[in-house]
Design a protein around this ligand. Structure first.
Ligand code: SF4
Ligand code: SF4
Length: 280
């Protein structure tokens, strides 16, 4: 197997992967979306809300605020271990983090409460972004609430999913028949390609090799070519995996956690097979 890092930023990881079976890559991708736990606000207790927004509306917004979750994975119990406490409305310290939000409107104008105004009981679990607007308060309006965050998984609600994007795509294979291509006389494919993959070099059509992975396999160039000189295809067993984090976890951590979860599932399956005597 061959892996190259194409892009690495605090929120994004893009990998070129060769010789990985598609079903394995797809399983990892799906586990990243649905099974890697993160922290998100799940219960909100309002002690005062004289704003124009309903409690439910504000609670829903709070649930969608990404919270830093890396250390929380070691400190707090997993969702399945907290479900009973959550169902009984018990906000136990091993499962929940409390975040307080308070604010009042002002005579001088509207006051906006932002995600950054949430005061967390655990500095390791706090809003990733400070400037997400939660609610606007006019004069004489007030909010006082306690929000409780817990670990959860994307399959339960998208607010717990650590990724905004987890996608793989094929590596493009673009073939231009030079003997047919009219190059400078035509230039149709250069004009239509949304990814700027083609250029003219010495009057001949050329593919920008540093951009080829951007090709979306849309085939617009194929359709636009009046001489049928382009063929778009893709390589077998070569993929580009893109992971974009919500900020709750670093992309690398999301990938490693997904692999760990998948390994545990296979181990569980093997154990069950042994227990049933299917394998020894
Ligand atoms: S398939 Fe689409 S993106 Fe790729 S080279 Fe053709 S037009 Fe450009
Ligand atoms: S559209 Fe076809 S003929 Fe025209 S430049 Fe592109 S490949 Fe060549």
């Amino acid at each position: 197997m061959e892996i190259n890092v194409l892009e690495k930023t605090p929120l994004k990881l893009r990998l070129y992967i060769k010789d990985i079976p598609l079903h394995v890559l797809n399983s990892i991708r799906r586990v990243m979306i649905a099974e890697v736990p993160t922290m998100a606000i799940d219960s909100v207790v309002f002690t005062m809300n004289s704003s124009v927004f309903y409690d439910e509306y504000i609670a829903h917004r709070l649930g969608l605020v990404p919270l830093t979750s890396e250390k929380a994975l070691e400190k707090y119990k997993l969702p399945e271990e907290c479900r009973e406490a959550a169902d009984r409305g018990l906000f136990t310290e091993d499962c929940f983090v409390k975040l307080d939000l308070e604010g009042k409107g002002s005579e001088e104008g509207l006051v906006t409460l932002y995600s950054g105004d949430l005061k967390s009981s655990d500095p390791d679990v706090r809003p990733v972004y400070d400037k997400i607007p939660i609610v606007l308060l006019a004069n004489n309006q007030e909010i006082r609430l306690e929000a409780y965050a817990r670990l959860g998984r994307g399959k339960e609600h998208a607010k717990w999913s650590p990724v905004s994007v987890a996608a793989h795509k094929y590596v493009p294979l673009i073939h231009v028949r030079e003997e047919i291509c009219k190059g400078e006389e035509c230039k149709k494919c250069i004009e239509v390609c949304p990814k700027d993959i083609f250029e003219l070099k010495n009057g001949k059509l050329a593919i920008k090799q540093d951009k080829i992975l951007d090709c979306s396999l849309c085939r617009i160039c194929e359709e636009a070519c009046p001489y049928n000189a382009i063929k778009i295809n893709w390589k077998e067993n070569e993929y580009v995996l893109t992971i974009e984090s919500t900020g709750a976890l670093p992309p690398k951590k999301i990938l490693l956690e997904a692999i760990k979860i998948l390994e545990n599932k296979i181990d569980d399956f093997m154990e069950s097979l042994k227990k049933e005597g299917v394998v020894k």
